[in-house]
Design a protein around this ligand. Structure first.
Ligand SMILES: CCCC/C=C\CC(=O)SCCNC(=O)CCNC(=O)[C@H](O)C(C)(C)COP(=O)(O)OP(=O)(O)OC[C@H]1O[C@@H](n2cnc3c(N)ncnc32)[C@H](O)[C@@H]1OP(=O)(O)O
Length: 289
């Protein structure tokens, strides 16, 4: 196995002690919202999202995620697991504050960073797995469906709920969802903005397995990645590419158009109003708790 020399990480207390003896992480001053570790024994990288309270995906977090994904691939890690440092939220999806009353240049960089992160994850040559240890609405579901394997803890929710916020999930959000659930289930769920419970998600195939703890979820992801141990990595990567190249090429060729569609949509006064009301509702709920 290649020895990893460049690993991005933020040290934080929620990394379980059991991993410390076998994992390595190097800090970079710019890594604020992620921890990135590589297990020396297995060669598997773990990317932990760490932007309290709900890991909402802002420009900086998306940029860090992309850098970690690139590092994992460049350093020929055996696989990559994405999880969260929170006990209840995998990620709350895109940071609504990036899209509500946004600044022109920042919102463009934000969307471009999301496109880049998704293309890096969806097109990654190495096996990818999501240990979904909390709620995963919208952008959270996008990250999960970009991975090759998903395992989830009970009593959380996952799905593309964009229509409930008054926004439209772009085509590439839908394509990845369609890879894992039947078309009829997808159409009904996405038009309704349905958030599946863990049990429902398992039933329709949106998640592959359900386990009770984060440790078990990580172990399941490790098992999935280890299932490729006798497979030639080059042959594996090219085969994976055959399944995913269409969506990747479509987005690559239409990046600017996709950005303009996004800007055109979120800048509509009615969409801004709906987003404002949704955010207000979230804040009221949060104060009551
Ligand atoms: C054309 C556009 C296409 C792409 C569009 C969208 C894709 C997206 O991802 S849009 C985001 C969709 N996300 C959601 O709808 C989830 C919203 N959040 C929740 O439902 C809950 O927060 C969640 C179940 C994830 C967690 O619940 P709690 O643990 O109870 O946390 P709180 O609800 O109390 O939230 C704490 C704090 O965080 C703020 N918050 C929550 N989500 C977001 C978000 N996505 N963006 C920004 N901020 C968010 C929430 O308002 C609270 O803030 P404070 O009141 O200031 O503490």
């Amino acid at each position: 196995m290649n020895i990893i020399r460049t690993v991005r990480s933020v040290a934080f207390s929620s990394i379980p002690n059991r991993t410390l003896s076998t994992t390595r992480s190097l800090s970079t001053p710019s890594a604020q919202y992620t921890a990135f570790e590589v297990n020396d024994k297995t060669g598997i990288a773990t990317l932990t999202l760490n932007r309290p309270p709900v890991n909402s995906l802002n420009l900086e977090l998306l940029t860090e995620m992309r850098n970690c994904l690139k590092d994992a691939e460049t350093n020929k890690c055996k696989g990559l697991i994405i999880t969260s440092s929170s006990n209840s939220v995998f990620t709350a999806g895109l940071d609504l504050l990036e899209m509500y009353q946004p600044q022109d240049e920042r919102v463009k960089s934000f969307w471009t960073a999301l496109q880049s992160m998704w293309m890096e994850l969806y097109g990654s040559k190495i096996p990818t797995a999501a240990a979904i240890n909390g709620h995963a609405p919208a952008g959270g579901c996008l990250i999960a469906t970009a991975c090759e394997y998903r395992v989830m803890l009970p009593n959380f929710t996952i799905g593309l709920n964009e229509t409930l916020i008054g926004i439209v999930a772009p085509k590439w959000f839908v394509s990845a969802f369609l890879n894992v659930v039947p078309r009829r289930v997808a159409e009904q769920a996405i038009t309704q903005g349905k958030l599946f419970t863990t049990a429902e998600a398992h039933h329709v195939g949106l998640v592959d397995d359900v386990v009770n703890t984060k440790e078990e979820a990580i172990a399941k992801c490790e098992q999935f990645i280890a299932s490729f141990k006798n497979v030639n990595p080059y042959a594996r990567a090219l085969t994976k590419q055959q399944f995913r190249i269409k969506e990747l090429q479509e987005l690559e060729q239409q990046r600017e158009k996709d950005l303009q569609i996004f800007l055109g949509l979120i800048m509509q006064p009615s969409v801004q109003k709906a987003m404002g009301i949704y955010l207000e509702g979230l804040k009221k709920k949060s104060k009551k708790q």
